[in-house]
Write a protein that binds this ligand. Structure first.
Ligand SMILES: C[S@@+](CC[C@H](N)C(=O)[O-])C[C@H]1O[C@@H](n2cnc3c(N)ncnc32)[C@H](O)[C@@H]1O
Length: 436
């Protein structure tokens, strides 16, 4: 199924890459985000007049920022405290005074220079429970990072958040790790470790970028009285009942894909260093809240059943084909992946139920989602999600495919994939649903 928006406008490519250049969106890198241009099109095509826009899986807030800029009320849910923090800080951009932020940048550099000359160590300590195979920072870099965190402690709240965000956005750059696209040691991809780096200047440049973008935001924002932009750091599945039933005019989202991309492991440095997480137990809890959880948490279960309300024969047959693949591979065989897929589609049910509760009749939901190939079995996640939504109060309007290749799929890159994709390509779709 292919189609266009109501005004004849097809969607622009939802890939995040373009956000790297766009004001506000460029503040933090986020591998699994989507493009602000896609969201912009969606908001233009599917709203008329002030609206409530919902993103149940908000990430670093692409939807929320675009909705806020266009003068709508925006509400998002996000379980990852670091992503939620980034989204919340972006939504505060209109409150940032460029001149006073610029003044702090000079104070910051002075503070860092004085700290470098002093003999005594920084007051801030590295996060005790954050363990890595190779030291995350060299001793020289770590000292500078800790000094920067000392500076932040004494800043007023909004300025502190901006510096914390500037640190978080750059922290991997001067570490011994990098994203390829999952977080791994630089040496394993042939890159040198970082012995030293001008941490103060790197953070300062980011703060200056934030100051520029905040000034732009204040002028570009189509402000309405009593306008509200908010992000809740909690699971949509537990939280949607707090949204007034039938009040949302437009839902734009991209849930985690069925590709086991590990949001929590990939943001471990941010979660620990910013103090959002202080133990592996807390990390585990986040994993359990994640849409579909992760293959690692499902693979050793005997048999995860599909929710009985998923009656579609194709979904059931696809999962039972997958389940029978490669029994000789034990935990790494088809059964483990079928368990993970069953949890994923069961969470599609929870998503559809939540979305159906929040949306007013006739409202649109646009869900960006990628397909999967597990153990050589193609899984058209877009069609399956659409089928599930259809039995929970939605009409399927169209499945748009803005582009047909995808990179960075952690399963295709890893040795756990069994068998070739049989010519099946990875693609991304926009599933367009209408609340009946
Ligand atoms: C594909 S990303 C969304 C990226 C977003 N569109 C952006 O541009 O930043 C999916 C997000 O869903 C979040 N997530 C996973 N399970 C969730 C749940 N149960 N409730 C709320 N958020 C969840 C993940 O932490 C991740 O940030």
């Amino acid at each position: 199924m292919h189609g266009n928006g109501p005004n004849g406008g097809a969607f622009r490519d939802p890939a995040f890459m373009e956000n790297r250049e766009a004001p506000i969106h460029r503040w933090v890198p986020w591998i699994a985000g989507y493009s602000k241009y896609f969201v912009e099109d969606a908001i233009t095509n599917y709203t008329s007049g002030p609206s409530i826009v919902l993103d149940p899986f908000a990430g670093v807030g692409t939807t929320l920022v675009e909705a806020d800029l266009a003068g709508h009320d925006a509400i998002g849910f996000e379980i990852n405290p670091y992503a939620a923090f980034a989204a919340r800080t972006k939504l505060q951009a209109y409150r940032i005074d460029q001149d006073s932020l610029l003044r702090t940048a000079d104070r910051f550099i002075n503070f860092m220079q004085r700290g470098a000359r002093r003999g005594d160590g920084p007051l801030t300590q590295p996060p005790a429970a954050f363990r890595t195979r190779t030291p995350f920072y060299s001793p020289k870099v770590e000292r500078k990072v800790l000094l920067a965190l000392d500076f932040i402690v004494d800043c007023p709240p909004l300025i502190a958040d901006i510096y914390r965000l500037a640190f978080a956005a750059t922290m991997v750059q001067y570490s011994n790790y990098s994203y390829e696209p999952s977080l791994g040691r630089k040496v394993t991809v042939g890159r040198p470790e970082v012995d030293d780096c001008d941490v103060a200047e790197t953070i300062r440049s980011k703060v200056l970028q934030i100051a520029d973008d905040a000034a732009w935001y204040r002028s570009a924002r189509r402000k309405r009285e009593h306008q509200r932009g908010q992000i809740l750091n909690r699971s949509f599945f537990d939280g949607y009942s707090e949204i007034e039933a039938g009040s949302v005019d437009l839902l734009i989202t991209s849930p985690p894909y069925l590709n086991n991309y590990h949001y929590n492991r990939n943001t471990r440095p941010h979660l620990y260093w910013l103090g959002f997480c202080s133990s592996p137990r807390e990390m585990k809890h986040l994993e359990e809240l994640n849409f579909g959880t992760y293959w690692q948490n499902a693979r050793d279960q005997e048999h995860v059943d599909l929710d009985p309300c998923i009656e579609d024969a194709t979904i059931r047959e696809t999962l039972s084909t997958l389940r029978k693949k490669n029994p000789d591979k034990g935990l790494y065989g088809g059964n483990g992946w079928a368990n993970y897929a069953a949890r994923y589609f069961n969470d599609c049910v929870r998503f559809a139920q939540g979305a159906a509760s929040c949306l007013r009749s006739g409202a649109t939901a646009l869900v960006v989602i990628g397909n999967s190939i597990l153990q050589g079995v193609p899984i058209p996640t877009d069609r399956f999600l659409a089928k599930i939504a259809e039995s929970h109060g939605f009409d399927i309007v169209a499945i748009h495919v803005p582009r047909n290749t995808r990179i960075g799929n952690s399963i295709l890159d890893s040795s756990v994939r069994a068998g070739k994709a049989n010519g099946n390509a990875l693609y991304e779709s926009v599933v367009e649903l209408r609340r009946s």
